[in-house]
Design a protein around this ligand. Structure first.
Ligand code: BES
Ligand code: MN
Ligand code: ZN
Length: 498
């Protein structure tokens, strides 16, 4: 995508800035920031603010054209609220509003001076880059005529204090790699099941590997059979699409450093199988590879950044379909771990593909394993659409991992909320005929799903993100969100700082 960013000194003379659009801040007490004051050579800015056309509250915006005495074609006033530095969350709202305003303008470039009013300048610039890139995202590759877009900025210039230039340049590079990762995740997730097949996900992994010098390996059905992945293979049995078990390695750390392993649920369509889902909104089950998409987007982001860390992505991918060969309720399958599983509901398939992947990754002797999955409708009931569900064992090592993930989420506005797991819930997974049942009843559905996965993760430190409520939006603005790529990428970047 043709989008570029640049930094200039915060002490520049903005009256002579030749730009299609200069973005300056105003406060809700009607005071102007020094940058707005500098453009107020003939009183146009102060009179606009006094008129009340902009409230100055966080997220308010007003566009002024032909402001006398300055070189910029437009001035965009952005409300910064009270005259105190903005928190990450408050600035996120400002960034969103700024991006939405810029997206409506026929201005090719913008000079943005408001990031210095955030508590964390670099986080503010990241919010702006992500928000502006998000407004430019379209999924129109399958329309016979692509959407015609004539608005939106292609080049953004940020102001930075002289002594912060180096740090901000790095942060800008991270933001743009992150934006590229998010865009890939959204594209993959929005692509329907007849295009985004397991084979397509495998091809995408290979493409990322070729572009950024990573190594990839795709295990075919035969190889999965040889590895005794009976649980994963039981999910694909009703489908005519070949399953793919995808491995993608970014080895940017030292050879001896234990890797972080990301495991993404890659169900490219979840019909429910023989336990068929109801028809309403079944189309949205094309998003059931959202975990896989977020893992690939994260790998793209860290590969572009040449992150000095070993990260391995593992994606068990297949369709969940009904057919004469499909797994039936009551069938018992043997997982790669040797544990037998009674499949009481074929729609609880995510845990069946993940458990074999979680056993497979033991060979990497991981420092940590994080699985990401659109796993349960129950997680939406519990947490709604604001937070991903975070599950991890309750001991010191896991608390550290969980807290690091939560912090990375807060940092980027891609938040998660920790949920409990443990012995009391485990009892719900008892089976009369196998080692474990694949459902635990309606009570605490997202928790019993996590408890199921936990049984396969005892060899390493592990966390599970249930992104059923956060990976996409339903309704009129249906579409993938790119979550939790920001959380994951930031977590990995932060790990390199230790
Ligand atoms: N992919 C779904 C979970 C899901 C449903 C995510 C709706 C987002 C929106 C998963 O495979 C599933 O079907 N889970 C079942 C589990 C149940 C059968 C125990 C569910 O949540 O209903
Ligand atoms: Mn399902
Ligand atoms: Zn599913």
């Amino acid at each position: 995508m043709d989008f570029s960013t640049k930094l200039i000194d915060a002490k520049s003379n903005f009256t002579t800035s030749k730009t299609a659009c200069i973005v300056v801040g105003v406060f809700e007490n009607k005071k102007l920031t020094p940058e707005a004051e500098a453009l107020n050579t003939q009183g146009a800015i102060s009179s606009a603010v006094k008129s009340g056309d902009i409230s100055g509250k966080t997220g308010s915006t007003l566009v002024l054209r032909n402001v006398a005495g300055i070189s910029a074609e437009r001035v965009v006033l952005v409300g910064l609220g009270k005259e105190t530095k903005l928190s990450n969350t408050a600035f996120g709202k400002v960034a969103q509003a700024t991006a939405q305003c810029l997206a409506t303008l026929s201005a090719a470039d913008a000079l943005i001076t408001i990031a210095t009013y955030a508590e964390n300048n670099n986080a503010a610039i990241r919010s702006l880059v992500l928000a502006i890139r998000a407004t430019a995202y379209r999924c129109d590759s399958l329309k016979s005529k692509p959407d015609v877009i004539t608005t939106g900025v292609k080049k953004v210039v940020f102001t930075v204090n002289k002594n912060e230039q180096a740090a901000t340049r790095l942060s800008l590079a991270q933001s743009s790699a992150l934006a590229n990762g998010i865009a890939l995740t959204r594209q993959l997730a929005d692509l329907p099941g007849n295009f985004c097949t397991p084979t397509h996900l495998a091809e995408t992994a290979k493409k990322i590997a070729a572009e950024f010098g990573l190594s990839s390996e795709i295990l075919e059905r035969k190889q999965c059979q040889a590895l005794k992945m009976g649980s994963f293979l039981s999910v694909t049995s009703g489908s005519d699409e070949p399953p793919k078990f995808i491995i993608l390695k970014h080895l940017g750390g030292k050879a001896k450093d234990a890797p972080v392993v990301l495991v993404g649920k890659g169900i490219t369509f979840d019909s429910g199988g023989i336990s068929l889902k109801p028809g309403a909104a079944m189309d949205e089950m094309k998003y059931d590879m959202g975990g896989a998409a977020s893992v690939l987007g994260t790998m793209r982001a860290i590969a572009e950044l040449k992150l000095k860390l070993n990260v391995i992505a593992v994606i068990p991918s297949c369709e969940n379909m009904p057919s004469g060969r499909a797994t039936k309720p009551g069938d018992i399958v043997t997982s790669m771990s040797g544990q037998t599983i009674e499949v009481l509901n074929t729609d609880a398939e995510g845990r069946l593909v993940l458990c074999d992947a979680l056993t497979y990754v033991e060979r990497f002797k991981p420092a940590a394993v994080i699985d990401i999955a659109t796993l349960t409708g129950a997680c939406i009931t519990a947490l709604g659409h604001h937070n991903s569900g975070l599950f991890s064992r309750h001991d010191a090592a896991h608390d550290t991992l969980a807290n690091d993930l939560l912090a990375a989420g807060i940092d980027t506005g891609d938040t998660a909320w920790r949920m409990p797991i443990g012995e009391q819930y485990n009892d719900q997974l008892k089976s009369s005929f196998a080692d474990i049942a694949n459902i635990g009843g309606p009570a605490g559905g997202s928790i019993t799903a996590a408890c199921f996965l936990e049984r396969f993760t005892r060899q390493y430190t592990w966390a599970h993100l249930d992104i059923a409520g956060t990976a996409w939006k339903s309704g009129a603005n249906k579409g993938a969100t790119g979550r939790p790529v920001s959380l994951l990428t930031t977590y990995l970047i932060n790990r390199t700082a230790d």
